[in-house]
Design a protein around this ligand. Structure first.
Ligand code: SF4
Length: 183
């Protein structure tokens, strides 16, 4: 075989692992925690994904987004965490990660196929800013928070926020539930 050309075996070994499609994309995370308020109708196991490229002014997590911060969120770490925390949570929440949509899709498929749990994404983008791959994630999500963080308007618990929390199954806005819960 000519040097530089990959064999079919090389390619299939890289693309398929245990019979599933694998992406080269990677996501990194700082920590996971169980949260009660972010999705008001669920107990959520939340993963804080690092290296967010959105650069919102006033971001509270800017120290997690500059440079090579965080540990790779591998299948093994993710599955073990979900197993260890079960059955405490009803929903797995990703704080970010949409910038690597193929990897996030793999993690969402694990949630749905192996744990039959609800899923949520908090993205700093508006719905109209999401590309095709990112929009496709909505098929595997029960909830999504959209909208760039604007420190003058506040986050989801602020009555004047630009951000929206949406139940993707009913297409209802949920902000009022969160504001009520914070009062
Ligand atoms: S989307 Fe969230 S984490 Fe990313 S820069 Fe904006 S506020 Fe920070």
């Amino acid at each position: 075989m000519e040097e530089g050309k990959k064999s079919l075996e090389d390619i299939t070994t890289k693309v398929y692992y245990k019979g599933k499609f694998m992406t080269d994309e990677k996501l990194y995370y700082a920590f996971h925690t169980v949260v009660l308020q972010e999705i008001p109708t669920e107990i959520s196991l939340a993963f804080t994904i690092t290296r967010c490229p959105n650069k919102c002014k006033g971001c509270h997590w800017s120290d997690l987004n500059d440079g090579e911060v965080g540990e790779e969120l591998t299948d093994e770490i993710f599955i073990n965490t979900l197993k260890n925390q079960s059955p405490v949570y009803s929903c797995v929440l990703f704080f970010g990660g949409e910038w690597k949509p193929k990897r996030l899709k793999e993690l969402l498929l694990i949630c749905k196929n192996q744990f039959s749990v609800k899923t949520a994404l908090f993205t700093g983008k508006d719905m109209w800013e999401l590309n095709e791959d990112q929009l496709e994630l909505c098929n595997l999500l029960d909830y999504i928070k959209v909208g760039r963080y604007d420190e003058s308007l506040g986050g989801l618990s602020s009555e004047k926020t630009n951000q929206k929390l949406i139940n993707l199954k009913t297409l209802e806005y949920m902000n009022h539930l969160l504001i009520d819960k914070m009062k």
